[in-house]
Write a protein that binds this ligand. Structure first.
Ligand SMILES: Nc1nc2c(c(=O)[nH]1)N[C@H]1C(S)=C(S)[C@@H](COP(=O)(O)OP(=O)(O)OC[C@H]3O[C@@H](n4cnc5c(=O)[nH]c(N)nc54)[C@H](O)[C@@H]3O)O[C@H]1N2
Ligand SMILES: Nc1nc2c(c(=O)[nH]1)N[C@H]1C(S)=C(S)[C@@H](COP(=O)(O)OP(=O)(O)OC[C@H]3O[C@@H](n4cnc5c(=O)[nH]c(N)nc54)[C@H](O)[C@@H]3O)O[C@H]1N2
Ligand code: SF4
Ligand SMILES: [Mo]
Length: 689
């Protein structure tokens, strides 16, 4: 039987058709809306049955029992496991106050509506500490958009005449977006790629700017400057719909391409050519990605990039960058229930906490501060849902110390991960094919497409929503969680839109709430305090941050450990996400590891020669925080002076854990973002092939 759903094996959230036989998944295939382009095969989706029915999946709840089996865990019933967790929740609340309990969410259970259940539960319980990983993913970038023109734009690559791909590797991370770029290129669109690594997109580009890692903000300012002095801006749009142009013009004076380019490994003429091609081709869109996200200057650099969109007049144009039309939903977070006296552990980042009612709290580094240093107060109990912080959070040695110090930890996951090993109780969660949920990726801009439960639950595992609803019931929150099924909960949340689960099931391709509209600013303006595009943000100024990005004219080197470059001369790039793995996931699935059994450190032939390194030699890569060991792969796809380190392999062996190298001491002052992606390091050959 064929059924429609959304794949959530990674955050690309592709609509898929699954083939089901007696409640079991046989195969799955992506749908594509672009008939002219062959649908890209996703290896993870192809391996979905191997993932879902992996022998390593957790079938039953586990409880830590040091007297028991080798692993230290014994199997338990759901009743026992949930009773232990609720007992601990009540104990810590009574002894210290509800805020000592934190709920930490990774990206896997969905960046979406289901997260609202965790917020609702924790807010009803009385703790403001529901923390996600937005400080290292796209949320810091989203805030830069919101502070510039009120919402995060969606690039309309399919109909663009010029596409800028800025720090994104869509072939591996978002096949639908890659297909749209291929489609547009076939229609003659120009492609500019800004990436320190030669990705498949860089190979196809009309202009590839191999920017020095972490220095995108200076590049964006040079492009702004080139557009302004070249008279290439949309003056009419700026006059009517923007404020602070003069201040931006002044700030950009410090960044002529000739002055910027040599320091960021680029050629001034090519920077100018890129700015001109972007400005002179209309409509044009900018696709940004995670290459910007873990930069120390993520907020400022993204704000500058957002300004390029406005200067070129591409905002909310077909083939430009669309201002989304989100589906109206009921805010079910119950934030108002919190006592005003209990401030979250992320209190030092008030603007980031509050810029968007959906996102909640996202500076995950604050959790480690709270556990280890008890700042601003101690966290004693942690519930980790759909995340693997022992591998994915910054400065793993520090994270692991914090996990070891916690008084009680529960983990909700499909597998016994490096993080779950620290848990007192592990609850087995259902995979994305085993649960129905509202997917935020769809809600952000219609059409809304439902993620459906299409197969039976594996073993005794339960969908995340069910685990949360049952915890709520045990804590006495029947009133807050009155729903018997997830369908009821979704209908309640979607009520303002008039869309129901039943309607969504009848329309598997999705439902739009309202008609797609462009240039909405003509009638409504932009959702900023001034109603205009804010090159100058009074809100930032009032909060002690530069109102215009890079207005100090500085040429800072914003890379982790940049002050230690004598001892650590190479730039380490947290590297490629290949299309077989999602962060720390699926390295235990033979169907995927057969084709890609290990990760590599890519280094340029010049650096290999200088360090006497051959292909396959084992390298020790070191920073002041720690080291990893991984095989070398010589590649001219990276710039001399930089190495690209494979991401996500720390789940297999802590010796491969890239976050052993990263620094959590220095963070972006607005968003708390550390330099996970870019840091100074050194290499040493430790063995030959
Ligand atoms: N140095 C460095 N650090 C990074 C990054 C980087 O590139 N470099 N990337 C950053 C980014 S962008 C992100 S988003 C984070 C990701 O950080 P995490 O969210 O911690 O990433 P994953 O390794 O995917 O962990 C997801 C976990 O959820 C489990 N899981 C999968 N599906 C479900 C489900 O439906 N329910 C439940 N309960 N569990 C499920 C998986 O088995 C896995 O253990 O890492 C960040 N950290
Ligand atoms: N297969 C797979 N798909 C995924 C994921 C996964 O783990 N695996 N993770 C999901 C998640 S949570 C996320 S956030 C997205 C991320 O998806 P993408 O945004 O595509 O992220 P990456 O592929 O990590 O990085 C994008 C590009 O940024 C470049 N880059 C690195 N440093 C810099 C820099 O300093 N400047 C610039 N301009 N570029 C730089 C890298 O070389 C890379 O080509 O993917 C999602 N999809
Ligand atoms: S890219 Fe692959 S794994 Fe990710 S959502 Fe799409 S089909 Fe699933
Ligand atoms: Mo992410």
């Amino acid at each position: 039987m064929k059924m429609d759903t959304i794949c959530r094996l990674c955050s690309a959230c592709c609509p898929v058709i699954v083939d089901i036989d007696q409640g079991r998944l046989r195969a799955a295939e992506r749908k594509t809306s672009l008939p002219a382009v062959a649908s890209l095969i996703c290896p993870k989706l192809k391996a979905a049955p191997d993932i879902v029915y992996s022998s390593k999946r957790l079938k039953k709840p586990l409880v830590k029992d040091k007297r028991g089996s080798n692993s230290g865990f014994r199997e338990a019933t759901w009743d026992e496991a949930l009773d232990i967790i609720t007992g601990k929740l009540k104990y810590f609340k009574k002894k210290y106050g509800p805020e000592v309990v934190c709920w930490l969410r990774g990206m896997a259970a969905d960046w979406g509506a289901p997260w609202d259940y965790a917020n609702r539960l924790m807010n009803a319980f009385g703790s403001p500490n529901t923390i996600g990983n937005g400080s290292v993913c796209h949320v810091a970038r989203e805030m830069a958009h919101v502070f510039t023109y009120g919402a995060m734009t969606l690039p309309q690559a399919k109909n663009a005449r010029c596409i800028v791909v800025w720090g994104k590797n869509d072939r591996n991370t978002s096949p639908a977006a890659f297909e749209a770029i291929l489609y547009a290129k076939r229609q003659g669109a120009k492609l500019i790629v800004i990436d320190p690594v030669r990705t498949p997109l860089a190979e196809m580009a009309d202009i590839w700017l191999q920017v020095k890692p972490g220095h995108d903000g200076q590049l964006a300012m040079a492009m702004i400057r080139e557009m302004i002095v070249g008279g290439l801006c949309d003056a009419k749009f700026i006059r009517k719909f923007a404020i602070g142009f003069e201040e931006l013009e002044n700030a950009a004076k410090a960044y002529p391409a000739e002055k910027v380019a040599p320091g960021i490994w680029l050629n001034a003429d090519r920077v100018k050519a890129a700015a001109r091609l972007y400005a002179e081709t209309s409509p044009a869109c900018i696709i940004e990605g995670n290459g910007l996200d873990m930069q120390l200057q993520v907020f400022e650099a993204t704000r500058a990039i957002c300004m390029l969109r406005a200067l070129a007049g591409n905002l909310d144009k077909e083939g430009g960058d669309l201002i989304p039309q989100p589906v109206p939903t009921r805010n079910i977070q119950l934030k108002k229930r919190l006592s005003g006296n209990v401030r979250p552990i992320t209190r030092d980042y008030p603007l980031f906490n509050e810029f968007h009612e959906t996102w909640g709290l996202h500076v995950q580094s604050c959790l480690v501060d709270a556990i280890l240093e008890e700042k601003p107060y101690p966290i004693k109990m942690l519930i980790v849902q759909s995340g693997n912080p022992a591998v994915t959070m910054t400065d793993s040695n520090r994270v692991i110390k914090s996990l070891a110090k916690l008084e009680f930890t529960a983990v909700i996951d499909l597998f016994l991960t490096q993080t779950a090993r620290f848990a007192d109780v592990v609850l087995p969660a259902g995979s994305c094919f085993e649960k129905t949920q509202l997917n935020r990726a769809c809600m952000r801009n219609s059409p809304v497409i439902l993620q459906n439960q299409v197969i039976d639950s594996f073993g005794e595992s339960r969908p995340d929503w069910k685990i949360l609803f049952e915890l709520a019931e045990r804590l006495g929150f029947q009133q807050e969680f009155p729903w018997r099924t997830v369908e009821e909960a979704i209908d309640y949340q979607l009520e303002p839109s008039g869309i129901t689960v039943e309607m969504l099931r009848k329309n598997p391709a999705g439902l739009r709430f309202d008609k797609l509209q462009y240039e909405k600013h003509q009638t409504r303006g932009f959702a900023t305090p001034s109603g205009k595009v804010e090159f100058f943000s009074e809100r930032l100024r009032q909060n002690g941050f530069p109102p215009v990005p890079y207005m100090d004219g500085g040429y800072e080197n914003p890379i982790g450990f940049s002050g230690r470059s004598d001892a650590y001369p190479l730039i380490g790039i947290s590297g490629e996400r290949t299309n077989r793995f999602t962060h720390s996931q699926f390295h235990n699935i033979p169907a995927l590891t057969e084709a890609e059994p290990e990760g590599f450190v890519d280094l340029h032939p010049d650096d290999a020669h200088q360090n006497g390194v051959d292909n396959g030699d084992v390298l020790k890569v070191e920073t002041p925080k720690g080291h990893i060991r991984m095989k070398a792969r010589i590649s001219d796809g990276v710039h001399p002076g930089s190495i690209q380190i494979a991401w996500g392999w720390g789940e297999v062996d802590p010796d491969y854990n890239l976050n052993n190298l990263t620094d959590d001491d220095t963070r972006n002052p607005v968003t708390g973002t550390p330099s996970n992606r870019t840091f100074m390091c050194k290499i040493e050959k430790v063995s030959r092939t």
